[in-house]
Design a protein around this ligand. Structure first.
Ligand SMILES: [Zn+2]
Length: 133
């Protein structure tokens, strides 16, 4: 905004020294352009403030919608939130990918290639039952 004010001030100086009508016309055009720029600049600043406020509100909303309730039970990390449809779901406590029941039904392990497993509960469903509401 300082540069536009400087242009306005300089044209005032120039106007005081102008001798011909042609010079005055050019100076008036420059002044008019400077005022237009000032007005556009104020609009842009106003829009910036509004967009920053909207952005902050959207960030808060996103943070709230991604929030999950987390519990550790029987060595399994349980999460409940939008991503799990509001239901408890078992996850690996090491890499946080979904947990899976062992094929023999006597434990739970990571569904990925990490080596985490737990035999504290026979299955994810059993651990959820034991965890309670
Ligand atoms: Zn894992």
């Amino acid at each position: 905004m300082g540069a536009i004010k400087d242009i306005v001030d300089l044209t005032k100086d120039l106007k005081a020294r102008a001798k011909e009508r042609r010079d005055m016309d050019v100076i008036h055009k420059i002044q008019s352009l400077a005022f237009t720029l000032q007005s556009q600049h104020a609009d842009i600043i106003e829009r910036d403030v509004r967009l920053m406020e909207e952005n902050a509100a959207l960030k808060r909303q996103l943070e709230e919608s991604n929030t999950e309730e987390i519990r550790i039970h029987c060595g399994i990390e349980f999460r409940r939130g939008k991503r799990t449809g509001g239901q408890w779901f078992g996850f690996c406590p090491q890499c946080h990918l979904p947990a899976a029941d062992w094929p023999n039904g006597k434990g739970v392990g990571c569904s990925s290639s990490c080596d985490w497993s737990s035999s504290e509960a026979g299955s994810i469903a059993e651990a959820i039952r034991r965890m309670g509401p």
